[in-house]
Design a protein around this ligand. Structure first.
Ligand code: ZN
Length: 418
């Protein structure tokens, strides 16, 4: 007995719609499917992709617009304003704000995400406590990786390293550093790698988040990755300084990143908002060079980062919106490049997060999105509504929408599912 059959699915790499048969949380067959199923849904030729993956999000400091006055003009200012707000965070407060974001992400079709959870003497382990409970609560709808994250630095805030160790002991999935916000960036990177080694977990860095290539701490991350044998287990977010390197130097560093198996996570809403603030004319975009990284075979994700706080005043937790912004901000307008942008919220982040059995092939976990469109590039062009979201073989979200066009003679009511 099959659990679910989706009929008439238009898969990204196939012209003709096919049926997907799902059992025990996995896709078991693709093609004409017969046989009994607990539930059969005809999706009528709509596009079906694997679930969206948001590789970098801060649920614990999301939705602060109503309590932080003034908007930040630099990353340092955003850190300072958020750090002040953080003094008032409680487990309950973090839980409520994080839940509101998760309740945007799940209906959008996000079936996996990596959340950075701040761990420092200001907030202690309150973020971890809140997020571990939410991770369990939301497990039927979304896999949440928790990254114990040293936003305030490690060396400049004594006690942080011990708290990171405790966070990893209580269930953090990986460890995250922020070398640009510490007194000794190289030592900071070494400590993060030492913790990753000690607990056998992946590492993720906020790095080189400036307009000019004045830090390039990523070079130390490359060295440490190779030294530790952590290829395929390290990701870097922002990496905006890479865009400012002269082409030859940029190409050389990209080759090193590729050889070290490091994934890159572009955070376009934050980077477009905070970079280029000192430019008086021809204000730069301040994004990491997405196309050059992709051309080198590096997995590149587009991720939400912050949702409505001093770092980023906007945010919907819908990865499709990032592809829409990415197309114009990173000059990726051809159908091929638009498909690359969709890969940046699906297959690439799945690789960076080391998700097992991700995709639309037999044997893959049945984490799927059914879209109100037919072609992959339409996701980028038109931000189509989602029709269904499937997690581990179960329909988790079904969208319906009703439009009444009262201006038309006689009125016209349409019920759109999706
Ligand atoms: Zn971040």
């Amino acid at each position: 007995m099959l659990d679910l059959v989706l009929r008439g699915c238009r898969l990204p790499d196939r012209e003709v719609p096919v049926d997907l048969a799902i059992a025990d949380g996995r896709i078991v067959a693709i093609g004409p499917v017969s046989g009994p199923a607990r539930e059969t849904i005809d999706v009528a030729g709509r596009l079906v992709t694997p679930g969206l993956v948001d590789a970098h999000i801060h649920l614990d400091k999301a939705l602060l617009a109503d309590r932080v006055s003034g908007s930040a003009g630099t990353a340092a200012e955003a850190i300072r304003l958020t750090s002040l707000a953080k003094r008032g965070f409680t487990v309950d407060d973090i839980t409520q704000r994080a839940r509101r974001v998760l309740d945007l992400a799940v209906p959008a079709g996000t079936t996996a995400m990596r959340a950075h959870v701040e761990v420092d003497p200001i907030v202690g382990l309150a973020g971890m406590e809140a997020m571990l409970a939410l991770k369990r609560e939301y497990a039927p709808a979304i896999d949440i990786q928790l990254c114990a994250f040293a936003q305030e630095g490690i060396l400049q805030v004594p006690g942080t390293e011990a708290l990171l160790r405790r966070a990893l002991g209580m269930g953090a999935d990986l460890v995250g550093g922020c070398p640009y916000n510490d007194t000794d960036a190289l030592r900071h990177i070494e400590i993060v790698f030492a913790l990753a080694g000690e607990f056998g977990v992946d590492a993720d860095f906020h790095v080189d988040f400036f307009d000019e290539p004045e830090h390039l701490h990523v070079r130390a991350i490359v060295r440490q990755t190779v030294r530790a044998g952590w290829q395929g287990r390290v990701a870097v977010g922002h990496l905006t300084e890479l865009a400012a390197l002269p082409p030859t130097e940029q190409a050389a560093l990209i080759t090193e990143l590729a050889a070290a198996g490091i994934g890159v996570i572009s955070l376009p809403l934050t980077d477009l908002y905070l970079m280029g603030r000192r430019d008086e004319r021809n204000v730069r975009r301040g994004l990491t060079p997405i196309r050059q990284l992709l051309e080198a075979g590096i997995p590149v994700a587009l991720a939400s980062n912050n949702i409505r706080n001093p770092f980023t005043p906007v945010g919907t937790a819908d990865p499709a919106h990032l592809t829409f912004v990415g197309a114009v901000a990173a000059h990726m307008g051809t159908p091929e490049l638009m498909r690359d942008l969709v890969a940046a919220v699906t297959t690439h982040p799945a690789r960076i997060l080391n998700l097992r059995d991700y995709g639309c092939a037999p044997g893959c976990r049945a984490d799927l999105v059914v879209w109100e469109c037919e072609r992959v590039e339409e996701i980028v062009m038109a931000l189509p509504p989602r029709r269904l979201v499937v997690k581990a073989g179960r329909v988790t979200v079904e969208h319906e929408r009703r439009t009444v066009e009262r201006w038309r003679p006689g009125g016209s009511t349409q019920t759109h599912r999706g």
